[in-house]
Design a protein around this ligand. Structure first.
Ligand SMILES: [Zn+2]
Length: 210
């Protein structure tokens, strides 16, 4: 075994303790999943939603990517990973809530703010640059308001959650369910250092302690 040895060791612990003690739960889940909450979070290793929210398998449908972004609704070619997950969660699972979770020290948000990968070749940051270009307009607004200070990075992390929420509303099947009350959208931000969870006020866009 090599670099994944810690994972195999962890699996054995899970199988011996976590799994064996909840056979009924796994039997039910084997027949199908019906999570009612979708979470869109960053790929960052410090922001594991299952750990932060203390949820078990079957409870949340999760997508993670660089900076927890949802692209706008687009029907053109290409492989729409996030859009397909949103479509599946919203129209097939009929989740009742979608949470976009930003976080402290988000490398994607920082790169958007500092234009780290602008003009990069593929293999050196071009994919990242293209992905976080979703934040370009917001980045310009944040820099106009606050420059590129540490506070600006935090503001970028908060406003990026708002961008994803706005983009979710561009999906017709999302807007339809928001209109008739079947679906609600939420934003939050987590900081690992203090263990703080801030929840986004949908009216003001401000983030307040949970
Ligand atoms: Zn991040």
């Amino acid at each position: 075994m090599d670099g994944i040895t810690p994972l195999i060791d962890g699996y054995r612990r899970f199988k011996a303790t976590g799994w064996d003690t909840q056979l009924e739960r796994w039997e039910t889940l084997a027949k199908g999943q019906s999570p009612k909450i979708m979470i869109i979070a960053c790929s960052d290793s410090r922001v594991d939603p299952a750990t932060i929210f203390d949820v078990a398998p079957g409870q949340t449908f999760v997508v993670r990517n660089v900076a927890a972004l949802v692209p706008p609704y687009e029907t053109g070619g290409g492989f729409h990973g996030v859009s397909s997950a949103v479509e599946f969660a919203v129209t097939q699972l009929e989740v009742t809530d979608v949470l976009v979770l930003g976080h402290a020290s988000c490398g994607g948000c920082k790169a958007a703010l500092s234009r780290t990968f602008e003009g990069s070749e593929h293999g050196k940051g071009a994919f990242i640059d293209s992905w976080i270009s979703m934040l370009a307009e917001t980045r310009d607004d944040v820099i106009a308001d606050m420059g590129t200070s540490d506070d600006a990075v935090r503001e970028m992390e908060h406003r990026a959650v708002g961008v994803s929420l706005d983009n979710l509303r561009t999906f017709p099947f999302v807007q339809e369910r928001l209109d008739d009350g079947r679906l609600k959208l939420h934003g939050a931000w987590f900081g690992i250092a203090e263990g703080d969870l801030l929840v986004r006020d949908p009216e003001t866009g401000a983030f307040n302690p949970a």
